[in-house]
Design a protein around this ligand. Structure first.
Ligand code: CO
Length: 134
């Protein structure tokens, strides 16, 4: 049986990175490990690791990506929760048999080789959930 290991990250969509960092970094005091452009995702991402998991602040850098449209429609806020799973294919199959609506039926592979897939918020109580396997 595939199983969920931990919360890998929480992604927050932001429209103003400096303003967002003034809360997460300056007020809460969480260290930013890295702030970089991710051209493949058409976004700028700040990574704020915390004991095995991470807060990711994502700012779209173009108007035409999925996340840019999300920001335009819903404004800044929580975007998705990512859970680490030991067997992503097995978990997707298990979810499918339980009637859960998937955005990605097959895992996608990131440039760094990690596999990921998204579960539709309609089946999760309104939260976009990402599954990820190292
Ligand atoms: Co993510």
């Amino acid at each position: 049986m595939p199983h969920i290991k931990q919360i890998d990250h929480v992604a927050v969509v932001v429209d103003d990175m400096e303003k967002s960092l003034s809360f997460w970094r300056d007020a809460l005091g969480i260290q930013v490990q890295e702030l970089r452009e991710v051209p493949a995702e058409k976004s700028q991402v700040a990574f704020l690791p915390l004991a095995g998991s991470e807060v990711e602040l994502v700012r779209p850098t173009t108007d035409d990506s999925g996340i840019a449209k999300y920001l335009a429609k819903r404004g800044p806020g929580m975007h998705h929760l990512c859970l680490e799973v030991d067997d992503i294919r097995g978990m997707l199959m298990q979810l499918k048999t339980k009637g859960i609506r998937l955005i990605n039926e097959e895992p996608r592979t990131a440039p760094d080789g990690k596999k990921y897939a998204f579960i539709h918020p309609e089946s999760t109580g309104g939260v976009l959930v990402e599954l990820y396997q190292l």
